[in-house]
Design a protein around this ligand. Structure first.
Ligand SMILES: [Zn+2]
Length: 84
């Protein structure tokens, strides 16, 4: 028996600091991107009607609030293939 000392090195993640908040891989879209609402939900209050996304965006029924204080007007996603 030939025992070779092949120890795999510990996985070192060379994660680039894209977002201080987002631990996900692939990283969630940033709050400044148009697809910001596709970030993962990390907090939600059904009673008060808000959802906190991973990128720091807070989504209300009446719009969204970005981490920098910018307000996004409410909008509904466009559903493809829906007949009028
Ligand atoms: Zn994330």
């Amino acid at each position: 028996m030939n025992q070779s000392d092949q120890r795999t090195p510990a996985p070192t993640q060379t994660t680039e600091e894209t977002s201080a908040m987002c631990p996900h891989n692939p990283p969630c879209p940033a709050a400044q991107e148009s697809d910001r609402e596709h970030a993962r939900v990390i907090g939600r209050d059904y009673l008060l009607g808000w959802t906190l996304l991973c990128n720091g965006t807070i989504v209300f029924d009446t719009g969204s609030l970005l981490p920098d204080g910018q307000v996004i007007a409410p909008h509904r996603p466009v559903l493809a293939g829906v007949a009028a």
